[in-house]
Design a protein around this ligand. Structure first.
Ligand code: SAM
Length: 223
């Protein structure tokens, strides 16, 4: 999993992921900056970011690396986007889709204005055809929008923008989909939906104890 921009750093006896800070001296959401082998890293809190939680829970193939082009749905204020920006570095790009104006303002002020590789897209992920700023195909689609129909939304975005063989990471908040079903059954139901739509499942990660009733599905797009 280790990419050159991700390090596991011991803090108080606990191994934590950290990302090489693209904007030296700058932190985004109060995270600690630490020096490691002469470089500045930002500690990545698995309780604040489901991608960090997925790494901590044993993600086998981290698809986001130096130079990766990412379409990120549900950017919010940019907590996870900022770490993705560190990892992809200056040769990569993160198209950060977020329609809620209040959080999008923070995304722009605290993240996109300081990081040239983050392109804010203030649109609804239900309308991928309206993204004015996204060009070409991307290597990875990351979806964390907590909507009941999010799997369909994620698939529509992959059909529009993900390259063949690209990877989608789908965060499943089971209670947003069905509060009455057992969480594991919801995750398996969404995985089956993806398989029917031309994805092969690479890994399913249970995000507890960092996020209750959440899962992460990693799947490969082979339409
Ligand atoms: N991914 C973020 C992180 O780790 O820092 C947290 C995302 S938060 C759980 C969900 C976000 O999805 C909210 O900011 C919400 O406004 C956004 N969202 C909800 N519906 C959406 C839609 N249709 N299109 C794009 N974003 C949406």
């Amino acid at each position: 999993m280790e990419s050159s921009a991700i390090r596991w750093i011991s803090v108080n006896g606990e191994k934590n992921a950290a990302t090489l800070n693209l904007v030296k001296g700058n932190n985004v959401y109060g995270e600690k900056l630490v020096k490691h082998e002469g470089e500045e890293y930002r500690l990545w809190d698995p309780f604040r970011s489901k991608l960090a939680a997925s790494l901590k829970k044993g993600m086998k193939n981290m698809p986001i690396k130096n130079g990766t082009k990412v379409l990120y749905l549900g950017a919010s204020t940019g907590t996870t986007v900022s770490h993705v920006s560190d990892i992809v570095g200056p040769s990569g790009v993160v198209f950060a889709v977020e329609p809620a104006t209040r959080v999008a303002r923070e995304l722009i002020e605290n993240v996109a204005s300081k990081r040239k590789n983050v392109v804010p897209v203030l649109e609804d992920a239900r309308k991928p055809q309206s993204y004015f700023a996204v060009f070409g195909k991307v290597d990875v689609v990351y979806c964390d929008i907590a909507q009941p129909d999010q799997t369909e939304i994620a698939i529509a975005n992959c059909v529009a923008y993900l390259k063949q063989g690209g990877v989608m990471l789908l965060v499943i908040k089971t209670r947003s989909i069905d509060v009455t079903m057992e969480p594991r059954a919801v995750i398996m139901q969404e995985a089956a939906r993806l398989e029917k739509s031309g994805f092969s499942i690479d890994q399913i990660i249970n995000l507890e104890p960092f996020d209750k009733d959440h899962g992460m599905i990693l799947c490969i797009f082979k339409p």
